[in-house]
Ligand binder design. Structure first.
Ligand code: KG4
Ligand code: ZN
Length: 353
């Protein structure tokens, strides 16, 4: 079954074709970074208009790269939420119209399920049960995945998402949008340990997160500093280490709590090199520093495996939507031809496959 996937939930237009027998046939992405850069963040109305301009050319390009015509498609999948409603409507309307014209089934995909399944896209051996850490610009969640479509939320952020914390912290230190990758790049030349920020909510049990206080700590450190390039890099390093360590501590706890041996990491922050290294060390059971955090999972690191999508499939893309949609269409799930999107959508409400 060949499925066209369309992603337009935020500031990337993503298109892909996934074949359930042959895997990913082609994918293309257009990022709106330049469009939003001068505003320092995503402007929803501009995002919608740009999706309108870019989507159909990208569909043509992707089909051409796959060596297919529209008549070769068996289904259409598009992101139906969560996301910016105007941006979602562009992909939903195009996807639904295409499916209606070609008389194909179409399915609205949950953006976070797309992220969550992205590690399976190129690793067919990876199967539930596992624990997923979803770290994007809008979400920070630990999810227990018993089966595809059976999701239990173990913990989530009470305020800022991890990616949002990266973006806001970068902005207050004067880095350009998109802040996350910029801050991570800057942190590479920062020295560890010179700025020590807290690891929020790790000193008490539970799997929830809170990242909004960190940016205030960084702001105070930044204002009190000499603001030299090296200091800025040192602060970036201190911030990155705080986020990475906090995520690692909660992942370790989630693995212990569920007894799962596999950790799957997805979403834009999953592209962060230091997070990848830290979680590899944690789950692989090597070089994990001893901590003294009052008995919460300090002794022996869990052994198992940690799986990440390639960095390009951590951030928003059409491939994950084509893949998640193909699994649901293959299971016979699709919706009546009406354009509906769900800007706020609880993943636990999804039906099992
Ligand atoms: O999944 P994603 O592309 O979009 C959402 O669904 O939100 O995630 C985007 C987020 C942004 O906050 C961005 O700053 C962050 O992921 N991000 C990173 C890195 N690459 C992207 N954060 C830290 N380090 C990175 N290398
Ligand atoms: Zn995303």
């Amino acid at each position: 079954m060949r499925v066209l996937g369309i992603e337009t939930s935020c500031d990337e237009t993503g298109v892909a074709v996934y074949d359930t027998d042959r895997g990913l046939l082609a994918h293309a992405l257009y990022s709106q970074i330049d469009l939003h850069a001068e505003y320092g963040g995503v402007v929803p109305e501009l995002a919608s208009r740009d999706h309108v301009r870019k989507l159909l050319p990208l569909v043509r390009q992707t089909l051409a790269e796959a060596g297919l015509g529209v008549a070769d498609l068996d289904g259409v999948a598009y992101t139906a939420g969560p996301g910016l409603v105007g941006a979602l409507m562009v992909g939903a309307a195009a996807g639904r119209a295409l499916a209606w014209a070609l008389d194909l089934p179409a399915v609205g995909v949950h953006h976070m399920e797309g992220h969550l399944l992205a590690p399976l896209l190129e690793d067919p051996g990876l199967k539930p049960p596992f624990v997923a850490l979803l770290v994007s610009g809008g979400h920070t969640q630990l999810v227990e995945v018993a089966a595809i479509g059976v999701y239990r939320l173990l913990g989530e952020t009470l305020d800022d998402a991890a990616g949002e914390a990266f973006d806001k912290t970068a902005k207050l230190m004067g880095l350009p949008y998109p802040g996350g990758p910029e801050l991570a790049r800057l942190a590479e030349s920062g020295r560890p340990g010179l700025f020590k920020f807290s690891r929020p909510m790790t000193d008490r049990p539970g799997l929830d997160f809170s990242f909004s206080g960190l940016k205030t700590q960084v702001l105070l450190a930044w204002q009190a500093s000499d603001r030299s390039p090296q200091t800025r890099a040192d602060i970036a390093r201190g911030f990155e280490d705080a986020v990475v360590e906090t995520l690692a501590i909660k992942c370790e706890r989630a693995l212990r709590q569920t007894g799962a041996r596999t950790l799957v990491v997805a979403g834009g922050v999953g592209a962060n090199v230091r997070l990848r290294a830290r979680l590899n060390a944690l789950v692989g059971g090597t070089s994990v520093p001893k901590r003294s955090a009052k008995g919460f999972g300090t002794e022996v690191p869990p052994t198992g495996r940690v799986c990440f999508p390639r960095p390009a499939f951590c951030t928003d893309n059409g491939a994950m939507i084509a893949f998640a949609g193909a699994l649901r269409l293959q299971a016979g799930q699709h919706e009546a031809p009406a354009v509906t999107v769900t800007p706020r959508w609880d993943m636990a409400s999804l039906p099992p496959l």
